[in-house]
Design a protein around this ligand. Structure first.
Ligand code: NAD
Length: 495
């Protein structure tokens, strides 16, 4: 059992009990209450935003040279690394994810702070070619206060992806974690407060404000002092946030849902494709925006491939995230498990064949947890609801394809465009497909691998803007052009 932190949120660097309603978070492996967290109230958001604005303009922060801001990011990385085991344990208890995965997420968060520190130290403003007697420069300045709103599936890693570039850009951050999983984001917030105090920087630069999206998230998006929103979550929520941001004319980046195609060509290395397809959709129990949830297999290979795939999926080890043998952990919450089950029932009504899974596992071990068996379904056209709607659980929908044009037509026939996987030995075919599929990320003979230096984001309804990469820092800054006159000759209107 991890150590449960006190019932405190972080308001402009100050730990205090939220003034909003209390909410219990549960351990999805057992259904037992883990902690009670009082949500932030709209007043807490206001206090946090004012404190953040004050901290952002404090000369101790505003005038800090980039290499010294980078020191802060390195210090946060040190603290996250030192606490990685505790953060992983807390996240496993709060989200249900396996310890192997939550450890990797904590270390990836530390890596994000380090990479961003390095990118910050090497970022350059441009001297632009001048067309007159003046020096022209393009510089980047902080926005001020930025909001970061995240979902429940990969807190800590997704928190770092917004907080690191926002701090690197010279801003103060209001982080809003998801209702079901506030604990690890609060723990990260406390570590950032510690790093700020150690370096004598204003602690008001960080706030962590959990609570209902429609109350706390909305208050952040509408707050007049907040000048940019980084959002990850569902497409409908993203659209609503973008609408408000449009009214306020503030920039917003949106990382949204997906229904990503994974393609197995007849010339694929079948061993690699089988494990890649399973990992691509069933790791994180399918609760991944990039889950390869639509599988397209070449018609001539379809029967053979599906037989072997289903045999292997049946042997995946389902269990609690704390068991090192577990491959498929519980879902984040019983309510989410029931929503996943309802999707599969609806697919059955649409005429789907459930090839394996499609049920809650039986037995004492699974009785109280939010478990659902890894499920493979086929027999539906790509236009069916189950092929079009994001399920966000361990459910794979398989479809055969006839030829490359048929494949591209079906794969792109979705509102989403987040990711794609291609399994083939033919590098020319891989190149053609990679360029023809609408997806922000294409994996070829691999899947769900991430590098912080590689930009990430979606096309179509999967999002707007990119996270990660060197440009992430710029996305949390405002650009300014400077003209510096060098001529002794007065401008023409001099009297
Ligand atoms: P969600 O959209 O319901 O919630 C995401 C966050 O937004 C939460 O913190 C929530 O409280 C907040 N929120 C809700 N309504 C709001 C409002 N009106 N104003 C401001 N904030 C509001 O999503 P979820 O169910 O928590 O997460 C699952 C979704 O996230 C899936 O669709 C998944 O694909 C997506 N996701 C995308 C990525 C990506 O990088 N593209 C990564 C992970 C998850």
């Amino acid at each position: 059992m991890p150590e449960i932190p006190p019932d405190e949120i972080v308001v402009a660097g100050r730990p205090r009990r939220g003034a909003g309603a209390p909410a219990a978070t549960i351990d999805p492996a057992t259904g037992r209450a883990l902690a009670t967290v009082h949500a932030a109230s709209p007043d807490d958001v206001d206090t946090a935003a004012r404190g953040a604005a004050h901290a952002a303009t404090d000369p101790a922060w505003r005038d800090l040279a980039p290499h010294l801001r980078a020191r802060l990011l390195h210090r946060i990385a040190d603290l996250v690394e030192a606490d990685a085991e505790a953060l992983a344990g807390l996240q496993t208890a709060d989200t249900g994810k396996s310890l192997a995965e939550t450890r990797a997420l904590a270390l990836s968060a530390a890596g994000t702070f380090r990479y961003t520190a390095a990118a910050l130290e090497t970022a350059q403003d441009a001297l632009t070619p001048s067309r007159g007697p003046y020096v022209t420069l393009s510089v980047h300045e902080p926005i001020g206060v930025v909001g970061a709103i995240n979902p429940w599936n990969s807190p800590v890693a997704s928190d770092a992806q917004k907080i690191a570039p926002a701090l690197a850009g010279g801003n103060a951050v209001l982080l809003k974690p998801a209702e079901w999983t506030p604990l690890v984001s609060l723990a990260l917030g406390r570590l950032i407060v510690r790093a700020l105090s150690e370096l004598d920087l204003p602690t008001g630069l960080i706030s962590v404000l959990p609570g209902p999206g429609r109350i706390v998230g909305d208050a952040i998006v509408r707050h007049p002092l907040v000048g940019r929103i980084g959002f990850t979550g569902g497409t409908d929520t993203g659209r609503a946030i973008a609408r408000t941001a449009a009214e306020r004319l503030i920039p917003v980046s949106l990382e949204l849902g997906g229904k990503s195609p994974t393609i197995v060509r007849a010339d694929a290395d079948l061993e690699a494709a089988l494990s890649g397809v399973m990992f691509g959709v069933f790791s994180s129990t399918g609760q991944s925006c990039v889950a390869g949830s639509r599988l397209f297999v070449a018609r001539e290979l379809y029967a053979e491939f599906m037989d072997e795939l289903v045999r292997r999926v049946r042997s995946l080890r389902v269990g609690p995230g704390t068991d090192p043998d577990t491959q498929v952990a519980p879902l984040v919450h019983h309510r989410h498990r029931d929503a996943v089950a309802a999707h599969v029932d609806s697919a059955r009504r649409e005429g789907a064949r459930v090839l394996c899974g499609g049920a809650v596992p039986g037995g004492e071990r699974y009785r109280d947890g939010a478990y659902y068996l890894p499920t493979v379904v086929d027999g539906l056209p790509n236009s069916a609801r189950a092929c079009q709607e994001e399920i966000f659980g361990p459910v794979l929908i398989a479809l055969p394809y006839e030829d490359e044009d048929d494949l591209v037509r079906q794969a792109n026939d979705t509102v989403y465009g987040l990711a794609c996987g291609i399994w083939t030995r033919d590098h020319r075919a891989a190149w053609r497909l990679a360029r023809r599929i609408d997806a922000g990320t294409v994996w070829i003979n691999t899947y769900k691998q991430f590098s912080i230096s590689t930009p990430f984001g979606g096309m179509k309804d999967s999002g707007l803007g990119r996270e990660k990469g060197r440009d992430a820092i710029r996305s949390y800054q405002r650009q300014k052009s400077l003209y510096w006159g060098t001529s002794d000759t007065p401008l023409p209107w001099a009297t």
